[in-house]
Design a protein around this ligand. Structure first.
Ligand code: FAD
Ligand code: UDP
Length: 394
């Protein structure tokens, strides 16, 4: 007998948060995770140099959602890390997002004071202006700043990351890193930010440690679940197959779930090149963006996310090389490429999924969205509440 009330595919933020909420409501939950570890793309571990590294690229926690923060804080304390990024422009390091400190570094004190007044008069002190909006401003001096920022911070980085110009991609993407009219050098402006005290994997271990949660690692969903043509779901266990009337929350790529019936959804992937140096420090900041030169977009030096970096004689860094995701080559689909055409293709899959009353799509891949960790946590909390409510009403 298959005894689970819910099967959750994927042990990243989407799957783990949902699993914990349903388990606390008394549901028996089975998690199927194809990787050999929990945590999804937020997974981290200690490397040979003793440094906590994140295998799927740098992840920094930040949120303005109180409910999200309260929920995640049940499973970790937070290391008070303040994320400041610099862009390397022909060897010169300037703060990103571009802000009034950056303005001064680029234009010098005197000229920057004049330009600052123009910017603040136009938009107000403390505002955040997307680069594409700044470029449309009628005042030539403001457009000149916008052109500098566009050329030196956005154009080449975006070409590397997306293979397209800032105009060609969804404006919300470059809008994530607006020009900031204040002297705040932080990358994120959210109320709560930092790193989990003992890392993301430790946070996940605690969140998933519940008597009602069973985890199967190294298990692709397709080994256990089959979607039948008529909106039914079947499960396989120990050679027996039976109809399943519980809930399935799927957090993997939706095109894969339906055998690419409507074609492959486009994604961007990342190739990480790892380097270790016999020196205590590699660069000034945890993350340095390469916005005008090099093939990689950024270098992350992991030890800088936590205190005590000097104690390690070595340092570990990764360089990120983005590229087009090619199906069937073992790459990881990291980023959905959001545009009208791709959204339409996604919607066909979504409609198909809608024919299965027990199936719920959740997460960056399943929903084909650009979610941060807190946004997907919020979605998972909402979905769990609605599932629990519906079950109670039965
Ligand atoms: P995932 O973490 O991708 O989890 C999905 C899980 O499902 C995976 O473990 C996968 O193996 C499993 N799976 C998929 N298909 C199957 C299947 N068929 N069977 C079984 N298992 C399956 N967010 C922030 O808030 N701050 C940051 O600084 C930040 N930095 C990022 C940096 C990078 C390079 C990237 C790519 C993302 C970053 N994010 C950041 C976003 C963050 O990674 C996501 O919000 C989060 O991982 C989404 O969680 P998820 O559960 O939807 O997806
Ligand atoms: N971006 C850029 N230069 C930078 C930082 C960001 O051009 O120095 C653009 C780029 O298009 C990127 C987007 O802004 O994809 C969003 O950046 P963010 O750091 O939020 O992306 P993440 O790495 O978190 O996905």
């Amino acid at each position: 007998m298959f005894r689970y009330d819910a099967v959750i595919v994927g042990a990243g933020f989407a799957g783990a948060v949902t699993a914990r909420c349903l388990a606390e409501a008394g549901w028996q939950v089975l998690i199927l995770e194809q990787r050999e570890h929990i945590g999804g793309n937020a997974y981290d571990k200690t490397d040979e140099a003793g440094i906590l590294v994140q295998l799927y690229g740098p992840h920094i926690y930040h949120t303005k959602e109180e409910e999200v923060h309260r929920f995640l804080s049940r499973f970790t304390k937070w290391h008070d890390y303040r994320h400041e990024v610099v862009a390397n422009i022909h060897g010169k390091l300037i703060p990103v997002p571009f802000n009034l400190n950056t303005l001064e570094l680029v234009y010098g004190k005197e000229e920057a004071a004049v330009l600052e007044k123009k910017l603040v008069d136009a938009f107000g002190y403390g505002t955040k202006v997307p680069i594409l909006k700044l470029r449309e401003h009628p005042e030539p001096a403001i457009r000149e700043i916008a052109d500098y920022v566009y050329e030196n911070i956005f154009l080449r980085y975006t070409m590397k990351q997306w293979g397209q110009t800032p105009e060609e991609i969804d404006p919300a993407v470059t809008g994530r890193v607006p020009v900031v009219l204040s002297r705040d050098n932080r990358y994120f402006a959210d109320t709560w930010q930092g790193m989990p005290e003992h890392g993301f994997t430790a946070l996940f271990e605690k969140m998933l440690s519940h008597e009602n949660i069973t985890i199967r690692l190294g298990c692709r969903a397709q080994e256990v679940l089959t979607l039948s043509g008529e909106g039914g779901i079947r499960v396989r266990q120990e050679g027996l197959e039976e109809e399943y009337t519980g809930i399935v929350v799927y957090t993997g790529p939706v095109d894969e779930l339906f055998d690419y019936r409507f074609g492959h959804l486009p994604y961007r992937t990342l190739n990480f090149v790892w380097e270790r140096y016999n020196q205590t420090e590699y660069q000034t900041h945890a993350v340095v963006n390469y916005t005008v030169e090099e093939e990689y977009t950024r270098i992350t030096e992991f030890k800088k996310f936590y205190d005590g970096a000097e104690a390690f004689p070595q340092t570990t860094v990764i360089k990120e090389y983005p590229g087009a995701y090619e199906p069937g080559k073992g790459q990881i689909p990291y980023y959905a490429i959001i545009n009208e055409e791709n959204n339409r293709q996604y919607e066909r899959y979504q409609t198909l999924a809608g024919r299965y009353p027990g199936l719920f799509l959740l997460g960056r891949l399943a929903e084909y969205k650009y979610y941060n960790m807190d946004a997907i946590t919020k979605r998972a909390l909402e979905l769990s509440k609605s599932l629990i409510r519906k079950e109670a009403e039965k």
